[in-house]
Design a protein around this ligand. Structure first.
Ligand code: NDP
Length: 280
């Protein structure tokens, strides 16, 4: 099964489906990333914050798959926004990941009320990583429209992606529209609402119609809408199931039915990026 590749504004391509690793222990990361790569996954999403970069690096090294065949993303942790900290910890990330480069490096959260509201200096350091080839593309995560506007206005590089919470219950419509208009690829985190959405009756009905599982129906919705996704699972059967979602083709009316599940702000499960102030 070959994975659809989407173009990024950096000129690179990203596999539309990958594996997320949030809250995976070291042992689970080693096992799950190894299994996913064996199955055909070629895109892994990690972060300094997850504490599992070394395990991701080891799983990739042990897979025997050529580094250039894998799309690897990591993210700058919240305490590391100051330029010297960003440079030092990025170098450490590469070392832990056992690689000379990542395919994508993101500012994890904008933290508007920390560092004097300055994420521009941090972004300029990511531009250095792109210029020296140690990050093939650079992007942001949890940036609202106003953060993106500020960044685009003040710097040379439009982020290749914005990794944002987005799923049928919280479709993050304003940010998603702004990304589409500005050629910023949308990466949807918590694509399965952390597993909760499989109990949704509308999803179950669509799944039954297509002879697929509820999770596959939701992942197929993301794929149809052009989102990049990396559902997280430590369960082999689910890692397999999620990968096979690429084979499910929803109709336009199925997509519309799932669009109607949007609860707006009430559907958000994670922190609001405008008030997220954790961990510095
Ligand atoms: P997901 O929506 O991917 O849900 C993960 C949960 O769903 C796990 O509990 C998993 O269980 C369960 N699950 C996975 N597959 C299935 C399935 N087929 N059927 C039923 N349940 C299933 O949530 P995440 O928060 O993990 O988001 C995905 C990734 O996005 C993260 O891993 C991370 O890489 C990224 N992320 C980024 C954030 C950011 O701020 N930039 C924030 C949050 C996530 P189990 O593992 O037990 O199988």
């Amino acid at each position: 099964m070959s994975i659809q590749q989407l173009p990024l504004n950096s000129g690179k391509h990203i596999p539309q489906l990958g594996l997320g690793t949030y809250k995976m222990s070291e042992a689970d990361t080693l096992r799950s990333v190894g299994y996913a790569l064996e199955l055909g996954y070629r895109h892994i999403d990690t972060a300094q914050m997850y504490g599992n970069e070394a395990a991701v690096g080891r799983a990739i090294a042990e897979s025997g798959i050529a580094r250039e065949d894998i799309f690897l993303t990591s993210k700058l942790d919240n305490p590391n926004h100051r330029p010297e900290d960003a440079r030092r910890t990025f170098t450490q990330s590469l070392e832990d990941l056992q690689t000379d480069y990542v395919d994508l490096f993101l500012i994890h959260w904008p933290l508007p009320d920390k560092y004097g509201g300055d994420f521009i200096s941090t972004w300029k350091v990511l531009e250095e990583f792109a210029a020296d080839g140690r990050s093939k593309s650079i992007g942001v995560s949890n940036f609202q429209q106003h953060h993106l506007e500020e960044l685009i206005e003040a710097t040379e590089t439009v982020p290749a992606v914005d990794q944002i919470e987005l799923h049928p219950y919280f479709q993050n419509v304003g940010v998603a529209e702004f990304c589409r208009e500005n050629n910023i690829c949308i990466e949807a985190w918590a694509p399965l609402v952390r597993g909760i959405i499989v109990a949704e009756p509308t999803v179950a009905a669509i799944a039954e119609k297509h002879g697929c599982t509820p999770a596959q129906a939701v992942l197929a919705w993301h794929l149809a809408k052009g989102h990049v996704i990396f559902p997280k699972s430590v369960t082999e059967s689910r890692i397999r199931e999620n990968f096979a979602a690429q084979e499910v083709e929803l109709t336009v009316s199925d997509v519309e039915l799932l669009n109607e599940l949007d609860r707006g702000e009430a559907g958000r499960t994670g922190y609001n990026p405008d008030t997220m102030t954790r961990s510095i």
